[in-house]
Write a protein that binds this ligand. Structure first.
Ligand code: ATP
Length: 259
């Protein structure tokens, strides 16, 4: 992959860097966002051809394998504080889904931050934040997207994972530029109107709508109910015997009941 080609193919004007290998593109951009001697001043896309220590939520790992995967992070500064970013991971899911749909691939969204294809996880999204030295908040939006799923990688993941063999044949720089354009468009919209602009688009693609699901917190069942989409703040709505509850993402996990 080539940074100059991605930047030239994108309509965003966002600066692009490509590295051969790194531990975590999120860790790299977070360090740069917090660096007071040489602070980031504009959005930056960092793509790793190989990511060796990809991060998921709550200390989990995101695994990838060179050409089989796309691993990148986008640093984006928002004027507001953390509270203004409610729902951002879900809005990024919508951005990914809509971009993939434009490229001919239908996907679904699992609350809070997974992109599924035919029921299995195709992409993971991890957003980490830092207070920006000059005010506002840097959001580092990390994305891992499976293009191919070699047996060796699936064995390491330890469960079924989805891939996009058809898109894997697309020129990687063009694919990356399309994803960058889709993301930047959604981030500009999010800056203007927040998650309310994305609720209907998220609910349209909700993988588990109407399913009986369980919310787990450290293995313990926190709630059980029928999934009824998300609200304006990106909370999952569950219809339980005690009425409707709205669940905040935090570190909880969502499972199909019985799974
Ligand atoms: P959960 O998977 O419990 O719902 P989560 O959605 O919060 O948690 P993430 O932090 O988004 O999980 O992603 C990390 C998890 O994704 C890992 O624990 C692993 O099970 C799975 N995983 C890791 N790498 C891949 C991959 N390349 N493709 C699909 N799944 C992966």
């Amino acid at each position: 992959m080539n940074a100059a080609t991605i930047a030239a193919l994108s309509n965003t004007g966002v600066a692009v860097e490509v590295v051969e290998e790194t531990g975590s593109t999120n860790a790299d951009l977070l360090a740069r966002a917090a660096n007071s001697t040489e602070p980031l001043t504009a959005p930056l896309l960092l793509v790793a051809r190989n990511q060796t220590a990809g991060r998921g939520r709550a200390g989990r790992s995101w695994l990838s394998s060179g050409d089989a995967s796309l691993t990148f992070s986008l640093a984006w500064r928002f004027d507001g504080g953390l509270a203004s970013l409610a729902g951002l991971p879900l809005a990024v899911g919508v951005a990914l889904a809509e971009t993939l749909e434009r490229l001919g691939v239908q996907v679904a969204l699992k609350w809070p931050n997974d992109v599924l294809r035919e029921g299995d996880k195709l992409a993971g999204i991890l957003i980490e934040t830092r207070a920006a030295p000059g005010g506002g908040t840097w959001a580092v939006i990390g994305i891992g997207l499976n293009l191919l799923m070699p047996d060796e990688l699936e064995a390491r993941i330890g469960r079924n994972a989805a891939s996009l063999p058809w898109l894997a044949r697309m020129d990687r720089d063009s694919l990356m530029a399309a994803l960058l354009d889709g993301l930047a468009g959604c981030l500009h919209a999010f800056e203007r109107g927040g998650f309310p602009l994305f609720v209907a688009r998220w609910n349209l693609r909700h993988a588990w709508q109407g399913e009986l699901v369980t919310i787990l917190d450290g293995g313990a069942v926190l709630h059980e109910g029928v999934a009824a989409g998300v609200d304006d703040a990106g909370r999952l709505l569950l219809d339980t015997p005690a009425g409707r509850v709205a669940v905040l993402a935090g570190d909880v996990s969502l499972r199909m009941k019985g799974a």
